[in-house]
Design a binder for this molecule. Structure first.
Ligand code: MN3
Length: 198
C-alpha cells in the first residue's frame, strides 16, 4: 500500500501566496486521491510492495498509463510540497547559485526561463529545474509527466495544473508562477537535491 506523505508545513503557512483553502483541496482531495486510485488500481498486485519510483519507471516502460499517471502524480506532488517554503523565494544560495549563473547566465535569466516553461506549458503540467548530464536545465512536463522516468535528476518543481492556483489567482498562471519564484521556492531543498550531482 502506498501512503499519503505528511505535508512539510501547516496548510496556512504559505499565505497569502498559497491559501489554506487551496492546500486543503490540493492536498486532501487531489494528492490523496492519487494515492487512493493507485492503491485501488494495484489491488492484489506485487507492485504494491515496490518503491514508488520503481512503479513509475516500470509503468512508463510498459505504457501502463493508468498506473503511471497516479504514481507519478503522487511523486510529483510530494516533491512539489518540498519545493515550497514559507520563507522561500529570492536567490539560490552557494554552489547552486554559482551553477545557475554558469548554466543560465544569471538568477534573473533562470527566473525568466522557469516562468516561460511554466506559463508556456499548454495544458496541465509541471515546470522543473533539474540536472541533465551534469548541466542545469529548465523543462516542463505535460499532465503527470515526471523527469524521474527519463533519468534526469530534479532539484525543484512547480505544479501548473489549474487546481494549484485557480482559487488564489483565477486564470492568471503567470502571477502564480511569479509568486512561487519570489516568495515560495525552497532553495534549501533544491540545494540538498544537488548533493552528489554537481
Ligand atoms: Mn496538483
Amino acid at each position: 500500500m502506498f501512503e499519503l506523505p505528511a505535508l512539510p508545513f501547516e496548510k496556512s503557512a504559505l499565505e497569502p501566496h498559497m491559501s489554506e483553502r487551496t492546500l486543503s483541496f490540493h492536498y486532501d482531495k487531489h494528492h490523496a486521491g492519487y494515492v487512493r486510485k493507485l492503491n485501488n488500481a494495484l489491488e492484489g498486485d506485487k507492485r504494491l510492495d515496490w518503491s514508488l519510483e520503481e512503479v513509475i519507471r516500470d509503468a512508463a516502460e510498459n505504457d501502463d498509463m493508468g498506473v503511471f499517471r497516479n504514481a507519478a502524480q503522487i511523486w510529483n506532488h510530494t516533491f512539489f510540497w518540498n519545493s515550497l517554503s514559507a520563507s522561500g523565494g529570492g536567490d539560490a544560495p552557494g554552489e547552486l547559485g554559482s551553477l545557475i549563473d554558469r548554466d543560465f547566465g544569471s538568477m534573473d535569466e533562470f527566473r525568466k526561463a522557469f516562468a516561460a516553461a511554466a506559463v508556456g506549458e499548454f495544458g496541465s503540467g509541471w515546470a522543473w529545474l533539474l540536472i541533465d548530464n551534469g548541466k542545469l536545465r529548465v523543462i516542463s512536463t505535460t499532465d503527470a509527466g515526471t523527469p524521474i522516468s527519463r533519468s534526469m535528476h530534479p532539484l525543484l518543481c512547480c505544479d501548473v495544473w489549474e487546481h494549484a492556483y485557480y482559487l488564489d489567482y483565477q486564470n492568471d498562471r503567470g502571477a502564480f508562477v511569479q509568486a512561487f519564484l519570489d516568495n515560495l521556492v525552497n532553495w534549501d531543498f533544491a540545494a540538498a537535491n544537488l548533493i552528489g550531482q554537481g
